[in-house]
Write a protein that binds this ligand. Structure first.
Ligand SMILES: NC(=O)c1ccc[n+]([C@@H]2O[C@H](COP(=O)([O-])OP(=O)(O)OC[C@H]3O[C@@H](n4cnc5c(N)ncnc54)[C@H](OP(=O)(O)O)[C@@H]3O)[C@@H](O)[C@H]2O)c1
Length: 279
């Protein structure tokens, strides 16, 4: 166990599963005090029990990031209980997917309400505390925030927006001493690909991504915590993610050719075809 965040307070949105849950474990091992927020309080309570069993101080707070009042209350409760906030991780998110022709403006709005405006409200709610602590702000973007792909328009455009936001406010917050880290994972083990376009986790769904490509969430979380500690402006998480971004930057025509073939010829796996109504 390292001790890089001993006595620091870390607030995580979307901590009830996946990357957020693993981040909570890694930060607890690093000595941090934790405020875990999400909509599913029962899940947060289970995680809180596991972490307090390891000796961590943990708050579990129900909070929907599309509700600014709930965010303000969660942030105030955290700061009051722990005396401030040093690290805020805007991690809550989900994916609206499918072919553009079958989606609607409302699907895009719903996606942006959580993945983009939920993140903006998280930042505004927590910023005074980060300014006071000269803390660390962390935004969960994605490799999909750098590379468009078929059947992914709402999610990719929300993450392109997050990447642009992170790269811009990095400069705005410099004078306040607040660092901004854009975390851009490739495929990481989580519930995200089993969550529907309304943001509901579907137990009956399977991950359509081949498991050899999916990186375990604990090593991914350790790599994220390292980048946060170093106040890196950007961290692409997963080897395949780094390769995709590098190829897209240096060989854009090749990447476009491959994606065109996929869009025109690829037969969707049955799992995705039924989700997208493409049978
Ligand atoms: N896993 C990947 O392959 C991958 C790749 C690139 C980027 N990411 C990003 O990583 C972040 C975490 O996702 P994950 O992969 O760990 O997926 P996940 O297991 O589905 O976790 C998503 C978390 O977000 C929370 N959440 C969703 N909507 C919310 C809302 N309106 N208010 C508050 N919390 C909300 C969920 O909790 P509740 O349902 O309890 O609210 C859950 O804790 C997301 O921003 C995602 O886009 C993931």
């Amino acid at each position: 166990m390292a001790d890089r965040f001993r006595g620091k307070t870390v607030l995580i949105t979307g901590a009830s599963s996946g990357i957020g849950e693993s981040l909570a474990h890694v930060f607890a091992d690093e000595g941090a005090r934790l405020a875990l927020t999400a909509r599913r309080l029962d899940r947060l309570e289970t995680i809180r029990e596991a972490l307090t069993g390891k000796g961590a101080e943990v708050l579990a707070i129900q909070c929907d990031v599309t509700d600014r009042a709930a965010l303000d209350a969660a942030v105030a409760q955290t700061a009051e209980s722990f005396g401030g906030i040093d690290v805020a991780i805007a991690n809550a998110g989900f994916g609206v997917t499918g072919s553009f022709q079958k989606l609607s403006t409302n699907d895009f709005r719903r996606q942006f309400e959580t993945n983009y405006f939920g993140l903006i409200d998280t930042i505004y709610a927590v910023l005074p505390y980060l300014q006071a602590s000269k803390g660390r702000l962390v935004l969960l973007s994605s490799v999909a925030g750098r590379i468009g792909s078929p059947w992914n328009a709402p999610y990719a455009s929300s993450k392109f927006a997050v990447t642009g936001l992170a790269e811009s406010i990095y400069y705005d917050l410099l004078r306040d001493g607040v660092s901004v880290t854009s975390i851009e994972p490739g495929y990481v083990e989580s519930d995200i690909r089993m969550t529907d376009n309304e943001g509901r986790f579907r137990t009956e769904w399977k991950d359509p991504v081949p498991q050899w490509l999916v990186v375990r969430r604990d090593p991914a979380a350790r790599a994220i915590v390292k980048a946060i500690y170093k106040r890196k402006p950007q961290a692409i998480i997963t080897g395949h993610g780094k390769v995709f971004v590098w190829l897209a930057r240096h060989f854009p025509r090749t990447v476009r050719f491959v994606q065109r073939q996929a869009a025109l010829r690829m037969k969707l796996p049955a799992e995705l075809a039924s989700r997208f109504g493409e049978e």
